[in-house]
Write a protein that binds this ligand. Structure first.
Ligand SMILES: C[S@@+](CC[C@H](N)C(=O)[O-])C[C@H]1O[C@@H](n2cnc3c(N)ncnc32)[C@H](O)[C@@H]1O
Length: 259
Protein backbone atom coordinates (compact mmCIF):
# COMPACT_ATOMS: atom_id res chain seq x y z
CA UNK A 1 0.00 0.00 0.00
CA UNK A 2 1.45 3.35 -1.05
CA UNK A 3 0.97 5.59 1.96
CA UNK A 4 1.53 9.33 1.58
CA UNK A 5 1.87 12.02 4.20
CA UNK A 6 0.45 15.44 3.55
CA UNK A 7 2.90 17.68 1.72
CA UNK A 8 4.68 14.79 -0.03
CA UNK A 9 3.89 13.98 -3.65
CA UNK A 10 1.79 10.87 -4.09
CA UNK A 11 3.96 7.92 -5.13
CA UNK A 12 1.61 6.97 -7.92
CA UNK A 13 2.64 10.10 -9.86
CA UNK A 14 5.96 8.34 -10.28
CA UNK A 15 4.59 5.14 -11.76
CA UNK A 16 5.30 4.84 -15.46
CA UNK A 17 1.67 5.57 -15.69
CA UNK A 18 -0.91 3.28 -17.23
CA UNK A 19 -3.27 6.09 -16.29
CA UNK A 20 -1.64 8.44 -18.78
CA UNK A 21 -4.88 8.78 -20.69
CA UNK A 22 -6.62 10.21 -17.66
CA UNK A 23 -4.33 13.25 -17.93
CA UNK A 24 -4.46 13.58 -21.73
CA UNK A 25 -5.13 17.17 -22.83
CA UNK A 26 -8.11 16.10 -24.93
CA UNK A 27 -9.83 13.95 -22.26
CA UNK A 28 -13.20 15.53 -21.38
CA UNK A 29 -12.18 16.87 -17.95
CA UNK A 30 -8.82 18.19 -19.09
CA UNK A 31 -10.32 19.82 -22.19
CA UNK A 32 -12.78 21.91 -20.18
CA UNK A 33 -9.98 23.07 -17.90
CA UNK A 34 -7.48 23.72 -20.68
CA UNK A 35 -9.99 25.77 -22.64
CA UNK A 36 -10.74 27.92 -19.59
CA UNK A 37 -7.03 28.40 -18.84
CA UNK A 38 -6.30 29.41 -22.42
CA UNK A 39 -9.17 31.90 -22.42
CA UNK A 40 -7.56 33.64 -19.46
CA UNK A 41 -4.11 33.66 -21.11
CA UNK A 42 -5.62 35.13 -24.26
CA UNK A 43 -7.45 37.80 -22.29
CA UNK A 44 -4.20 38.96 -20.69
CA UNK A 45 -2.22 38.75 -23.99
CA UNK A 46 0.17 36.13 -22.66
CA UNK A 47 2.86 34.76 -24.99
CA UNK A 48 5.22 32.86 -22.68
CA UNK A 49 4.09 30.34 -20.06
CA UNK A 50 5.83 28.40 -17.30
CA UNK A 51 3.83 25.34 -16.23
CA UNK A 52 5.33 24.46 -12.85
CA UNK A 53 3.27 21.29 -12.31
CA UNK A 54 3.08 20.03 -15.87
CA UNK A 55 2.69 16.33 -15.04
CA UNK A 56 2.39 14.43 -18.33
CA UNK A 57 2.01 17.75 -20.15
CA UNK A 58 -1.75 18.30 -20.52
CA UNK A 59 -1.57 22.12 -20.49
CA UNK A 60 1.89 22.20 -22.10
CA UNK A 61 0.71 20.34 -25.21
CA UNK A 62 -2.63 22.14 -25.33
CA UNK A 63 -1.00 25.57 -25.21
CA UNK A 64 2.02 24.75 -27.40
CA UNK A 65 -0.33 23.51 -30.10
CA UNK A 66 -2.12 26.87 -29.92
CA UNK A 67 0.95 29.01 -30.41
CA UNK A 68 2.14 29.76 -26.87
CA UNK A 69 5.82 29.40 -25.92
CA UNK A 70 5.71 26.98 -23.01
CA UNK A 71 8.20 25.35 -20.65
CA UNK A 72 7.00 22.57 -18.37
CA UNK A 73 8.47 21.52 -15.04
CA UNK A 74 7.38 19.00 -12.43
CA UNK A 75 8.73 17.31 -9.32
CA UNK A 76 7.91 13.82 -10.62
CA UNK A 77 10.45 12.14 -12.94
CA UNK A 78 7.82 9.52 -13.88
CA UNK A 79 5.34 12.12 -15.13
CA UNK A 80 8.09 14.03 -16.98
CA UNK A 81 9.26 10.86 -18.71
CA UNK A 82 5.78 10.39 -20.19
CA UNK A 83 5.65 14.07 -21.25
CA UNK A 84 9.08 13.83 -22.93
CA UNK A 85 8.15 10.62 -24.72
CA UNK A 86 4.98 12.23 -26.03
CA UNK A 87 6.80 15.42 -27.11
CA UNK A 88 9.26 13.30 -29.09
CA UNK A 89 6.46 11.32 -30.74
CA UNK A 90 4.63 14.53 -31.68
CA UNK A 91 7.88 16.28 -32.74
CA UNK A 92 7.29 19.07 -30.22
CA UNK A 93 10.44 20.75 -28.91
CA UNK A 94 9.04 21.96 -25.57
CA UNK A 95 11.58 21.67 -22.75
CA UNK A 96 10.54 19.65 -19.69
CA UNK A 97 12.50 20.28 -16.50
CA UNK A 98 12.66 18.45 -13.19
CA UNK A 99 11.97 20.82 -10.33
CA UNK A 100 9.96 21.81 -7.30
CA UNK A 101 7.44 24.64 -7.77
CA UNK A 102 8.62 26.09 -4.45
CA UNK A 103 12.21 26.58 -5.59
CA UNK A 104 12.83 26.13 -9.33
CA UNK A 105 14.06 29.23 -11.20
CA UNK A 106 13.53 29.01 -14.96
CA UNK A 107 13.44 32.64 -16.15
CA UNK A 108 10.81 35.36 -16.58
CA UNK A 109 7.43 34.53 -18.11
CA UNK A 110 4.18 36.36 -18.95
CA UNK A 111 2.28 33.66 -17.06
CA UNK A 112 2.84 30.81 -14.62
CA UNK A 113 0.31 28.02 -14.18
CA UNK A 114 -0.22 25.14 -11.71
CA UNK A 115 -3.31 23.23 -12.83
CA UNK A 116 -5.43 20.29 -11.62
CA UNK A 117 -5.35 20.70 -7.84
CA UNK A 118 -1.54 20.67 -7.95
CA UNK A 119 -1.08 23.20 -5.14
CA UNK A 120 -3.14 20.93 -2.88
CA UNK A 121 -0.06 18.69 -2.57
CA UNK A 122 1.68 21.46 -0.64
CA UNK A 123 1.13 22.53 2.94
CA UNK A 124 -0.15 26.10 3.39
CA UNK A 125 3.41 27.23 4.22
CA UNK A 126 4.63 25.37 1.14
CA UNK A 127 2.09 27.11 -1.06
CA UNK A 128 3.11 30.53 0.30
CA UNK A 129 6.71 29.63 -0.59
CA UNK A 130 5.58 28.51 -4.08
CA UNK A 131 3.78 31.86 -4.55
CA UNK A 132 6.99 33.74 -3.78
CA UNK A 133 8.90 31.53 -6.20
CA UNK A 134 6.25 32.00 -8.89
CA UNK A 135 6.57 35.76 -8.34
CA UNK A 136 10.31 35.44 -9.06
CA UNK A 137 9.63 33.55 -12.32
CA UNK A 138 7.18 36.17 -13.66
CA UNK A 139 7.72 39.33 -15.69
CA UNK A 140 6.45 42.51 -14.01
CA UNK A 141 2.67 42.46 -14.42
CA UNK A 142 2.78 38.72 -15.24
CA UNK A 143 -0.13 36.52 -14.20
CA UNK A 144 -0.48 33.36 -12.14
CA UNK A 145 -3.33 30.94 -12.98
CA UNK A 146 -4.19 27.96 -10.78
CA UNK A 147 -7.09 25.83 -9.56
CA UNK A 148 -7.98 23.99 -6.37
CA UNK A 149 -11.02 22.34 -4.79
CA UNK A 150 -13.15 24.97 -3.11
CA UNK A 151 -13.25 24.19 0.63
CA UNK A 152 -16.60 25.91 1.16
CA UNK A 153 -18.21 23.71 -1.47
CA UNK A 154 -16.66 20.42 -0.37
CA UNK A 155 -17.71 21.03 3.26
CA UNK A 156 -21.20 22.21 2.31
CA UNK A 157 -23.90 19.81 3.46
CA UNK A 158 -23.08 16.26 2.21
CA UNK A 159 -21.25 17.46 -0.93
CA UNK A 160 -18.21 15.31 -0.16
CA UNK A 161 -20.20 12.17 -0.99
CA UNK A 162 -20.22 13.39 -4.61
CA UNK A 163 -16.47 12.73 -4.74
CA UNK A 164 -17.07 9.01 -4.22
CA UNK A 165 -16.36 7.12 -7.39
CA UNK A 166 -16.36 3.61 -8.80
CA UNK A 167 -15.21 3.56 -12.41
CA UNK A 168 -13.52 1.30 -14.91
CA UNK A 169 -11.03 2.56 -17.49
CA UNK A 170 -9.55 0.44 -20.24
CA UNK A 171 -6.15 1.12 -21.84
CA UNK A 172 -5.09 -1.43 -24.43
CA UNK A 173 -5.74 -4.84 -22.89
CA UNK A 174 -5.64 -3.51 -19.32
CA UNK A 175 -8.81 -2.80 -17.39
CA UNK A 176 -8.57 -0.78 -14.18
CA UNK A 177 -11.42 -0.51 -11.71
CA UNK A 178 -10.96 2.42 -9.33
CA UNK A 179 -13.02 2.77 -6.16
CA UNK A 180 -12.48 5.95 -4.18
CA UNK A 181 -14.00 7.72 -1.19
CA UNK A 182 -12.88 10.86 0.59
CA UNK A 183 -13.08 12.49 4.00
CA UNK A 184 -12.08 15.98 5.08
CA UNK A 185 -10.47 17.04 8.35
CA UNK A 186 -10.81 20.23 10.40
CA UNK A 187 -7.76 21.83 8.67
CA UNK A 188 -9.37 21.51 5.23
CA UNK A 189 -7.24 18.53 4.26
CA UNK A 190 -9.09 16.18 1.92
CA UNK A 191 -8.04 12.54 2.30
CA UNK A 192 -8.97 10.25 -0.60
CA UNK A 193 -8.69 6.48 -0.23
CA UNK A 194 -8.52 4.53 -3.47
CA UNK A 195 -8.48 0.83 -4.27
CA UNK A 196 -7.42 -0.21 -7.77
CA UNK A 197 -8.16 -3.57 -9.36
CA UNK A 198 -5.94 -3.91 -12.42
CA UNK A 199 -6.59 -6.71 -14.88
CA UNK A 200 -4.41 -7.44 -17.90
CA UNK A 201 -6.25 -9.50 -20.47
CA UNK A 202 -7.80 -12.49 -18.75
CA UNK A 203 -5.25 -12.56 -15.88
CA UNK A 204 -6.48 -12.45 -12.28
CA UNK A 205 -7.07 -8.78 -11.19
CA UNK A 206 -4.29 -7.32 -8.99
CA UNK A 207 -5.42 -5.07 -6.13
CA UNK A 208 -3.51 -2.05 -4.84
CA UNK A 209 -4.41 0.87 -2.60
CA UNK A 210 -3.34 4.43 -2.12
CA UNK A 211 -4.15 7.47 -0.02
CA UNK A 212 -3.89 10.99 -1.35
CA UNK A 213 -4.18 14.16 0.68
CA UNK A 214 -4.94 17.60 -0.69
CA UNK A 215 -4.97 20.89 1.20
CA UNK A 216 -8.14 22.75 0.19
CA UNK A 217 -8.79 26.50 0.48
CA UNK A 218 -11.59 29.02 0.50
CA UNK A 219 -11.39 31.82 -2.06
CA UNK A 220 -11.08 34.26 0.81
CA UNK A 221 -8.01 32.49 2.18
CA UNK A 222 -6.41 32.23 -1.27
CA UNK A 223 -7.00 35.92 -1.87
CA UNK A 224 -5.36 36.86 1.43
CA UNK A 225 -2.36 34.63 0.72
CA UNK A 226 -1.92 36.03 -2.80
CA UNK A 227 -2.09 39.58 -1.55
CA UNK A 228 0.39 38.85 1.25
CA UNK A 229 2.83 37.47 -1.32
CA UNK A 230 2.82 40.31 -3.86
CA UNK A 231 -0.18 39.50 -6.10
CA UNK A 232 -3.47 41.23 -6.87
CA UNK A 233 -6.44 38.93 -7.50
CA UNK A 234 -7.86 39.61 -10.96
CA UNK A 235 -10.71 37.12 -10.79
CA UNK A 236 -11.98 33.65 -10.11
CA UNK A 237 -14.54 31.28 -11.60
CA UNK A 238 -15.49 27.63 -11.78
CA UNK A 239 -12.96 25.38 -13.50
CA UNK A 240 -14.92 25.71 -16.78
CA UNK A 241 -15.00 29.51 -16.55
CA UNK A 242 -18.53 29.53 -15.11
CA UNK A 243 -19.65 32.13 -12.54
CA UNK A 244 -18.24 31.27 -9.10
CA UNK A 245 -20.63 30.10 -6.37
CA UNK A 246 -19.31 29.91 -2.80
CA UNK A 247 -21.10 26.65 -2.03
CA UNK A 248 -21.70 25.04 -5.45
CA UNK A 249 -18.42 25.58 -7.34
CA UNK A 250 -16.35 22.43 -6.78
CA UNK A 251 -13.05 23.61 -8.29
CA UNK A 252 -12.10 27.26 -8.35
CA UNK A 253 -9.91 28.68 -11.13
CA UNK A 254 -8.07 31.81 -10.00
CA UNK A 255 -6.01 34.43 -11.74
CA UNK A 256 -3.75 36.94 -10.02
CA UNK A 257 -1.29 39.56 -11.24
CA UNK A 258 2.25 40.15 -10.00
CA UNK A 259 2.34 43.67 -8.56
C1 LIG B 1 -2.92 16.21 -10.76
S1 LIG B 1 -1.30 16.39 -11.47
C2 LIG B 1 -1.65 17.61 -12.70
C3 LIG B 1 -0.69 17.61 -13.84
C4 LIG B 1 -1.09 18.50 -15.03
N1 LIG B 1 -1.08 19.89 -14.66
C5 LIG B 1 -2.44 18.08 -15.58
O1 LIG B 1 -3.41 18.86 -15.53
O2 LIG B 1 -2.53 16.94 -16.08
C6 LIG B 1 -0.41 17.34 -10.24
C7 LIG B 1 1.06 17.44 -10.56
O3 LIG B 1 1.69 18.24 -9.56
C8 LIG B 1 3.00 17.74 -9.38
N2 LIG B 1 3.57 18.25 -8.12
C9 LIG B 1 3.20 17.97 -6.85
N3 LIG B 1 3.97 18.64 -5.98
C10 LIG B 1 4.85 19.38 -6.73
C11 LIG B 1 5.90 20.29 -6.41
N4 LIG B 1 6.21 20.57 -5.14
N5 LIG B 1 6.58 20.89 -7.42
C12 LIG B 1 6.28 20.58 -8.71
N6 LIG B 1 5.31 19.71 -9.08
C13 LIG B 1 4.60 19.14 -8.10
C14 LIG B 1 2.81 16.23 -9.43
O4 LIG B 1 4.02 15.56 -9.66
C15 LIG B 1 1.80 16.10 -10.55
O5 LIG B 1 2.43 15.92 -11.80
Amino acid sequence: MAQVRHGKIPNWYNKDSEFEEAFHEDSPNAKITNEAVEKILKKYKVKTVLDLTCGTGSQVFWLTNRGYQVIGSDISPGMLKIAQRKAKAEKIKTPFLLGDMRTIKVGKFDAAITIFNAIGHLTKAGFAKAMRNIYANLNDGGIYVFDIFNLNCITNDDYITKLTLDRVTTTGDTKVREIQYSIIDHRGILVSYTTFYEQRGSEKPKASKNVITLQLYTVEELSEMLERNGFKVLGYSGIDGSRFSETATERVLMVARKL
